[in-house]
Design a protein around this ligand. Structure first.
Ligand code: GLN
Length: 236
């Protein structure tokens, strides 16, 4: 009998942070999970709700408007210790745009207000004056050679710090700050990015990386070579 695998996703502030269909990232994880024989379950963890690091394998944190970010920022401080524990124990986290900004030290919004992040990652996000980075974006990950496509729309300009490697180098578009060619950040099993699209629907290979990492963490004694062979090259 084949063993049943289950992975649990925490959809952080899924009711408040979900620009450009970032929720689709969860649907893609479920879709490929099914193909890999994994039962993928998700639950929104929002304001005043506990995030317990041991309960989850993957966390997904979407983008948001400045107003929602200011509300989420306050509540997110209460979840800081458990998020840190989750990241330190190799939990997989996908953070998009506003979610990416709030994992770092701070975000200066369009009005110049400083919105505190939880500082579990070392990046910080400054303000642009009367400008947003909007449009299609294409990047290449140096380590894997993979090319990713997305759509960016952000006011904030992010500068990465200690232990963070870019998700990719910008070939078209702006990326983190429009100057250093970097887009997004990878830290342990945390993937941060400005890509909407949603990112996993347009770049299925990242969904596969996340699912495989989460499986290996949850079931360290099992062999996932069959799941690693699964074809994710289809396009939508
Ligand atoms: N409000 C943030 C910014 O404008 C994040 C935007 C987003 O998540 N799409 O930079």
């Amino acid at each position: 009998m084949t063993k049943e695998y289950t992975l649990h996703i925490a959809h952080l502030y899924g009711d408040l942070m979900n620009t450009y269909g970032d929720l689709g990232n969860i649907l893609v994880l479920k879709y490929y999970g099914k193909k890999m024989g994994i039962n993928v379950e998700s639950q929104v963890v929002s304001l005043d709700e506990d995030f317990k690091s041991d309960d989850y394998d993957i966390a997904v944190f979407g983008g948001g408007q400045d107003f929602e970010q200011s509300i989420v920022s306050k509540d997110f401080q209460t979840k800081k210790d458990e998020i840190k524990k989750f990241i330190d124990s190799d939990g997989c986290l996908l953070a998009i745009c506003g979610g990416y900004q709030l994992l770092g030290k701070y975000y200066i919004d369009a009005e110049g207000n400083k919105i505190p992040g939880i500082g579990v990652l070392d990046h910080y996000t400054e303000q642009q004056h009367d400008n947003r980075f909007i449009g299609d974006i294409k990047i290449k990950n140096k380590e894997t050679g993979e090319v990713y496509h997305g759509f960016e729309n952000h006011q904030g300009v992010t500068y990465t710090g200690n232990g963070e490697r870019p998700l990719g180098d910008v070939e078209q578009g702006y990326g983190n700050n429009g100057t250093d060619q970097a887009e997004g950040a990878i830290f342990k099993n945390v993937y941060c990015t400005y890509f909407h699209g949603p990112i996993l629907a347009r770049n299925n290979i990242i969904a596969k990386h996340i699912l495989i990492k989460a499986l290996k963490r949850r079931y360290p004694n099992d062999d996932f070579s069959a799941q690693e062979k699964i074809d994710v090259s289809e396009s939508y």
